[in-house]
Design a protein around this ligand. Sequence first.
Ligand SMILES: [Zn+2]
Length: 66
Amino acid sequence: MAAGNIKVTSKHCKKCNERTKFERNSLVWGAGDLIMVLLTAGLYLPFRFLIHALTNPWRCTKCGSR
Ligand SMILES: [Zn+2]
């Protein structure tokens, strides 16, 4: 599986109790996703985003906390 791009943002970390950098893998679309979108007439899209959000939470780059 190809490595996705890393998205970085600045958020407040509860654990560090300060503003730190958070990163997560960006959503990478594959051929399988395209087929699923066509088969489900787009209903697959919200599920794809939901699954991605659940499996790729924002993580603090300082302490690793979500
Ligand atoms: Zn932190």
